[in-house]
Design a protein around this ligand. Structure first.
Ligand SMILES: [Zn+2]
Length: 488
């Protein structure tokens, strides 16, 4: 008996099967036989008058039935029959399929979205697609703030938020989804409250933990589009890999000081992925993060809004997406530039002979795994010292050499100079190791403990054995030991 191939988006209505065996000698009979077995498919494939929906194409042996005898196209047992939903704008076919059966907009929603509804490019159909769509926002920080605010306001039906951080005073310069009253609250709660206030018709799903290789596929699979609003390479590669493995578009943005980048990675629509652009992360310490290098507070607003625009275009299937293009923004010159991005045929993730079939250890891939157990001297924790322990040892009169690996402008905000600390920025650290005495006990310190962990590895490799990393950095020192110290 003939079989019909069911697209991923519709399998949930066909008992999760990739193929349905049918009876009949024409397409009409075959489709009737299929919907008799799986009645839920009816409303997704046919409109109220019983006609195949315009975005549903049926192919027999790679030929569209519209160019054969349509419904009456004859079929036999050996024919390959497939239902192919159109992929508007290269993405979000699932949303499009759901939009067809999505509930209409309420009177309140129509009033709310009226400026969209009178645009021919959006209209009622586009707004229903937005309502049927779901987007996963990774991070509710600088980029996540404008993304969340505008996507909720635009009426994207379901927004998933991933974050595990707590709102800090130093976030408020750019993370405009959070307010001063939210300092100390989990970002995810603060963001959810704000988004619910902007648009109560949007469903906000919260994932209050870090996105990891262990949980990423499980989370990403429930969304149409992934938006990367992170500032670290581990999560960036993880978001890219999970999106590619699941065939979802990944709307990318990154920011640093006055420079921003944006693109849409979507191999399933023929475009490149982040690994085509950057096969490997830079060595740790080479590219400073925003916490280390700073960012103009307005910049994530610009880049985040570009990402939000791309996501909305993908959903409503309008315009030309940033697939295969890297948009560069320079706020100092106030200039945009565009680079063509090519798909790398040898990409280990999306290339013809891809070798990456599952998620990997991204901490290790990005070289930021804390010192490996074999290079440590004793127990698992003995490479770190807490601020309280450090204070006790200094008060006891222990001779410790404190090395601060931050930048000079950070040193000017706060430092441990009165405890004899010396500044050697991480970038200069490898070439200045000779200034340090391996016979002394050295305590490495930065802002939060990450950069000093990198310096720790440099010293370990140089043969130093008596080293400690200040856990949580100078910020933890300010929190635990010295409340008068300025934090940033
Ligand atoms: Zn690729």
């Amino acid at each position: 008996m003939p079989k019909i191939a069911i697209p991923t988006a519709l399998r949930r209505y066909a008992g999760e099967q990739a193929f349905v065996t049918v009876e009949g000698t024409t397409i009409k009979d075959a489709l009737a036989s299929m919907t008799a077995q799986y009645p839920d498919l009816l409303k997704h494939l046919f409109d109220a008058s019983g006609k195949l929906r315009s975005f549903v194409n049926v192919y027999v042996n790679d030929e569209d039935i519209r160019y054969q005898q349509q419904d009456d196209t004859l079929i036999s047992e050996d024919d390959d029959i497939a239902i192919i939903p159109s992929i508007a704008g290269g993405a979000a076919s699932e949303a499009e399929l759901r939009a067809a059966s999505a509930p209409d907009l309420s009177k309140e929603e129509i009033a709310r979205y009226s400026r969209h509804l009178i645009m021919p490019e959006v209209g009622m159909e586009g707004q229903r697609k937005l309502k049927a769509a779901s987007i996963l926002l990774i991070g509710t920080g600088g980029l996540g703030s404008p993304l969340g605010l505008y996507l909720a306001a635009a009426g994207v039906g379901r927004l998933g938020l991933v974050d595990f951080d707590v709102v800090d005073h130093s976030n408020l310069q750019r993370q405009i989804i959070h307010g001063t009253k939210d300092v100390g609250r989990p970002k995810i709660e603060s963001a959810k409250d704000r988004l619910n206030d902007i648009n109560p018709y949007v469903q906000i799903d919260t994932h209050e933990f870090a996105l990891r290789a262990e949980n990423a596929l499980d989370i990403v699979k429930d969304y149409d589009i992934v938006i990367d609003g992170t500032d670290n390479f581990q999560t960036r590669y993880l978001a890219n890999d999970a999106s590619v493995l699941l065939g979802k578009p990944n709307v990318y943005g990154s920011i640093f000081r006055f420079d921003g980048q944006a693109s849409v990675f979507h191999p399933a629509a023929g475009g490149p992925c982040y690994r085509c652009l950057y096969p490997e992360p830079p060595p740790p310490g080479l590219v400073p993060s925003c916490a280390e290098g700073g960012v103009l507070g307005i910049l994530p607003g610009i880049i985040g809004v570009i990402q939000a625009t791309e996501a909305v275009k993908l959903i409503i299937g309008q315009g030309e997406p940033l697939i295969g293009r890297l948009l560069l923004f320079d706020a100092l010159k106030m200039k945009f530039k565009e680079l063509k991005l090519r798909k790398n045929p040898d990409c280990p993730l999306c290339g013809e002979n891809a070798t990456i079939k599952e998620l990997i250890d991204y901490d290790q891939f990005c070289g930021i795994t804390p010192p490996a157990p074999e290079v440590k001297t004793a127990s698992a924790d003995d490479w770190e010292i807490t601020p309280t322990q450090l204070k006790a040892r200094l008060e006891r009169g222990d001779k410790l050499t404190i090395i601060d690996v931050r930048e000079v402008h950070e040193w000017q905000i706060c430092n441990l100079e009165h405890h004899g600390s010396t500044l050697i920025p991480l970038g200069e650290f490898p070439s200045r190791v000779s200034e340090l005495n391996p016979d002394e006990e050295i305590v490495l310190q930065c802002k939060l403990g990450g950069r000093s962990a990198k310096a720790y590895n440099v010293l370990k490799e140089a043969g130093f054995t008596n080293i400690l990393n200040l856990k949580g950095g100078i910020i933890a020192w300010a929190d635990e030991v010295d409340a008068t110290m300025a934090k940033y």
